[in-house]
Write a new protein. Structure first.
Length: 130
């Protein structure tokens, strides 16, 4: 079971790690999209959000300070879910469906992050820095 939990951490945390890396690899494109959604200081917002999910994902994968990792993920998901994916404002049915899927996915990811707080620490197969 320990290895199954580790695999789950790698999949869940890895999702955020890769997302954070993509924030920096596609900074211009993501900044433009964020600006189109009305995000002030879009480039800075993309940088900060990328750092949040890289740190959050890393903490989850290695099991080090998972409370900090969850906090970073929650700080990312709460505003992003409602600002970037407001499906209720879309008039095009395809865009509305796409935004709804992303909105619901983010809510599920948020729920999973919160559940991680209920797992006894230290986590099995985790790295604990002094």
């Amino acid at each position: 079971m320990d290895y199954l939990f580790l695999l789950g951490r790698i999949l869940y945390g890895g999702f955020f790690l890769l997302g954070g890396i993509n924030h920096f690899m596609h900074l211009g494109m993501m900044s433009g999209y964020s600006a189109s959604k009305g995000v002030p200081a879009a480039k800075a917002a993309v940088i900060v959000s990328g750092l949040l999910i890289i740190l959050g994902g890393f903490c989850i994968v290695v099991g080090c300070s998972p409370e900090i990792g969850v906090a970073c993920i929650v700080l990312f998901l709460l505003p992003v879910t409602f600002v970037m994916h407001p499906y209720w404002t879309e008039t095009d049915p395809m865009q509305q469906m796409s935004q709804r899927v992303n909105f619901q996915k983010n809510l599920a990811l948020l729920g999973a992050a919160l559940m991680l707080l209920m797992i006894q620490r230290p986590w099995p197969l985790s790295v604990n820095f002094p």
